[in-house]
Design a protein around this ligand. Structure first.
Ligand SMILES: C[S@@+](CC[C@H](N)C(=O)[O-])C[C@H]1O[C@@H](n2cnc3c(N)ncnc32)[C@H](O)[C@@H]1O
Length: 281
């Protein structure tokens, strides 16, 4: 078995990871202790390399004494990859299996948990707008990372992704063009701010914070894969508590809740698109 090149330079012991996560928790209250160990370790190695740090101890010192560096560290350590209409068939399923239920309500609440830079928020808002129910929605979009939240609140995305987002949109088979919703401004696709007028962007740490509201629909996609089983179970409990009875929970393509402790409190709406519904308190 060959080591990756970065692992040849520095080996990280489990105790060092624990020392690091303890230091972060004590100083900043962020709890990374239950992140899936292999990917977390890979990200730490990447951070050491990026800043030319020779040991985890050096990283701890920098984190403890440089709060601005810590903000950047959170950005480096978390994976923020996202896209508009990610998994286009998921949005089709939302349109046909979830939106008709939401449409029957006088108003409804949506939570984008771990929303990153907001591409998912705008994607859903476009769908709700097309179905004529955006104005009935109260939407919360949250993330652990302040930097991505600030970007999300601007509703502007780099034009380099334009073709790709247009392709995703075409695959949803939704009407019109994606370009109906944005203008090009300063090298960005600036989406119509009307789409986020009912959205509150808020800091929320799934590993630590409690539930803050009740929702009819929660999208918590592509973040659980970075958590270990214990933390996933805790987060599923938080999401369950945050849903109204018969509320919908949507996970990422590689995620599931069928093995988790409270799996029997949900029914599967669409197993391929990872859409579930709360059926027991
Ligand atoms: C890969 S992105 C997923 C974005 C979007 N939901 C999607 O599916 O395209 C994962 C996001 O989870 C956020 N995140 C990581 N740990 C978190 C935590 N403990 N609480 C809230 N958000 C977290 C990261 O900052 C990042 O923006």
């Amino acid at each position: 078995m060959f080591n990756r090149p970065d692992e040849e330079i520095i080996q990280i012991e489990l105790e060092e990871i624990t020392k690091l996560t303890d230091a972060i928790f004590t100083k900043y209250g962020y709890d990374f202790s239950n992140y899936a160990i292999s990917s977390f370790k890979r990200r730490i190695l990447m951070v050491l390399k990026k800043y030319g740090l020779k040991s985890v101890d050096k990283l701890i010192q920098k984190i403890l004494f440089e709060p601005a560096f810590f903000e950047q560290f959170v950005l480096d350590i978390t994976v923020n990859t996202t896209e508009m209409f990610r998994d286009p068939t998921f949005y089709k399923a939302l349109k046909h299996q979830v939106v008709p239920v939401l449409a029957t309500k006088p108003e409804f609440n949506v939570w984008h948990a771990a929303c990153s830079t907001g591409e998912e928020v705008i994607s859903l808002a476009i769908l709700l707008d097309q179905e004529g129910i955006l104005n009935k929605a109260k939407i919360y979009a949250t993330d652990i990372n302040h930097v991505v939240l600030q970007k999300a609140a601007s509703a502007a995305f780099p034009v380099r992704n334009l073709d790709f987002y247009h392709e995703n949109y075409a695959k949803t088979e939704f009407p019109g063009q994606l370009s109906d919703y944005y203008t090009i401004e300063n090298g960005t696709m600036q989406f119509d701010k009307r789409l986020i007028q009912n959205v509150k962007f808020k800091h929320h740490d799934l590993a630590r914070d409690v539930h803050f509201y009740k929702f009819d629909l929660i999208l918590c996609r592509n973040v659980m894969i970075y958590f270990n089983q214990e933390l996933q179970n805790r987060v599923f409990e938080l999401l369950h508590n945050s849903l109204f009875m018969n509320g919908f929970l949507c996970l990422g393509a590689k995620e599931s809740l069928i093995w988790c402790k409270i799996a029997d409190k949900f029914e599967t709406v669409n197993s391929h698109e990872k859409i579930f519904r709360k059926i027991k308190a």
